[in-house]
Design a protein around this ligand. Sequence first.
Ligand code: SF4
Length: 135
Amino acid sequence: MPIEISDKTIKHEFIERVSQLSGQDIFMCFQCGTCGGGCPMSGQMETLPRRIMRMAQLGMEEDVTNSGTSWTCASCHTCTANCPRGVDLAKVMEAVRLLTLRKNINMIDPSGLSAEMVRDLPQIALVSCFRKLTS
Ligand code: SF4
C-alpha cells in the first residue's frame, strides 16, 4: 500500500531532530523490511518499522508520532542486529518516543493506576514503564 502524505510539507526539522537524537542517518534505510521480519512485536504494530522509517525520511512527523509503533517497540534491538544497512532502528524508535514525551505527552498516567495494580504488578515493570512512557 503506498504511503499517503497527509501533510505535504516535509518537516526538515523533524528529520534533523530524529537524526540528532538517534545518532542515525535515517536515509541509510532502503525499506527492505528485515527489521520488521525479525521483530517479536511486529504482529502488534499497526505500522511496520520500515514504513515508519520511510515516513521519517519524508518528514511526516504527525504520522510517525501518532503511530503506536514506537510505543509497541520493546527495545530488544533485534532490528538493530539484523539491519543490513547498519541502522540502529531501536535508537530511532527511542528518538520518536522522546520527541513525543518532550511535548509533555505521557503514554501512561501513574496516578491513574489502581492500588491493586500497583501492588500486583512487578515493581521493575512499573519502573521500566514509567521511564519509557512518561515525560
Ligand atoms: Fe531499513 Fe534497516 Fe529496517 Fe531494512 S532492516 S527496513 S534498511 S531499518
